[in-house]
Design a protein around this ligand. Structure first.
Ligand code: ZN
Length: 413
């Protein structure tokens, strides 16, 4: 039943707190981290010695650490340590399984051999004690109380830290839009994560039953941010500025300048806004391209280099989760070269933003055509099946050479 809910989190800045409070927090964070490191190294030595780790400590074999921290906060610290160790062990096991599978291969290719040795190296590196790179405390309701004030002027979010082993104190924050959105639609969880700069709050959401039937293909592009198979183009920011214009402006700014980073932020906000504009409440699933290697070489077009494809993909995925919409990730191979009407694939079908099929004459915007291809349930072929001339027909049953046209579906033109 666990997969019926999911968790979203947001961060609230601690910058408004006084120097005294920040010092107090630092003292607490340092001590917590010191204990955390000790617990981790204890658990780790147990794992290395007998390959077993007790998920929770028994009171008797709990190492005694001299600290001012209270038993309550140490308990959170112990849980934190065991979750870090556990996830590291799980990671090692996953890599180990892949490695074992590769070793069973009778005639491994050079690529597989290279991957094998890099995996072995990675596993060896992971057998060192996990290192804490960022100081953070995970606290639950025993040590922290979240107060949501409603009729105060400025600080409307207060976390009271107590039972610490030192004087209790309050941390003041300001709620923001994202926080309020999560609060209005989800259930706030009692566990929080405290760092030097911010507190992270978590919210739990129920997955809604989805009775929609609509599936659309969504093409993620540079000219148009999103193009859907129901022929909608979503490509402007909330202020109406086109995505492509922002991309052109980025290229003109000096890399590393303040104006440059402002533009990048504007680009990301624009993309997120476009994703939100999809008609989420009517969808059952979306089909999107999963581009694994975004090649960035010298030849790459200047604008393409600043394409935030990953962010758009992640945003689509997270909105899908929120609306319980299924995500179908599709291989991007040939989706922009295929005619969505007759299935003919040819590089020359596409002329930058225009698509004109050389077989049936179907003409459309190239991104729209790609989104139609994504929506269709096409056969998943292997690279080796593609004829060397790279001109072929491709549909739900497979791919066919051009010489076998009699088998090809009739053109609909
Ligand atoms: Zn065609």
């Amino acid at each position: 039943m666990k997969n019926k809910t999911f968790v979203r989190s947001t961060k609230c800045s601690l910058k408004f707190n006084s120097f005294v409070k920040k010092t107090q927090l630092n003292l607490l964070l340092n001590e917590y981290t010191r204990c955390l490191e000790e617990y981790i190294s204890f658990l780790w030595s147990q794992y290395i010695d007998n390959q077993k780790v007790k998920i929770r400590f028994l009171k008797a074999d709990q190492p005694q650490i001299e600290t001012f921290l209270s038993a309550r906060i140490l308990n959170s610290c112990i849980n934190h340590a065991s979750s870090i160790v556990r996830s590291r062990i799980e990671q090692i096991q996953t890599y180990q399984n892949t490695l074992n599978n590769l070793s069973e291969c009778e005639k491994p290719t050079q690529k597989q051999l290279d991957y094998k040795s890099s995996l072995a190296e990675r596993i060896a590196g992971m057998k060192e004690v996990p290192v804490i790179t960022k100081k953070e405390m995970r606290l639950d309701s025993k040590n922290s109380k979240i107060c949501l004030a409603t009729n105060v002027s400025f600080f409307d979010l207060v976390v009271e830290l107590c039972s610490l082993g030192m004087h209790k104190f309050n941390l003041l924050m300001k709620k923001h839009k994202h926080f309020n959105n999560l609060l209005s639609s989800g259930r706030m969880m009692s566990g929080i994560v405290i760092c030097e700069e911010y507190i992270q709050f978590n919210f739990e959401f129920e997955k809604k039953e989805n009775t929609n039937k609509k599936t659309i293909g969504v093409d993620i592009g540079i000219n148009s941010c999103l193009t859907t198979s129901d022929n909608k183009v979503l490509s402007s920011s909330d202020k109406g500025k086109p995505y492509h214009t922002i991309m052109e402006e980025i290229v003109r700014k000096r890399k590393g300048s303040k104006a440059f980073s402002r533009k990048l932020l504007e680009r990301d906000n624009c993309a997120k806004y476009c994703v939100k504009q999809l008609d989420w409440n009517s969808l059952s699933s979306i089909c999107i391209e999963d581009i694994k290697n975004l090649r960035n070489c010298k030849k790459t077009n200047k604008i393409r280099r600043h394409w935030n494809y990953r962010l758009i993909l992640d945003s689509l995925k997270s909105n899908s989760e929120l609306h319980n919409v299924c995500v179908n990730l599709k291989n991007p191979m040939y989706t922009s070269q295929r005619c969505s009407s007759c299935g003919y694939v040819n590089k020359k079908n596409r002329d930058s933003i225009k698509f004109i099929c050389l077989n049936c004459g179907f003409a459309a915007n190239a991104d729209y055509n790609a989104s139609l291809n994504l929506q269709q349930n096409l056969h998943n072929f292997k690279r080796s099946e593609v004829p060397s001339e790279r001109k072929f027909f491709w549909d739900c049953n497979g791919i066919r050479r051009c010489g076998e046209e009699y088998e090809a579906p009739l053109s609909q033109n």
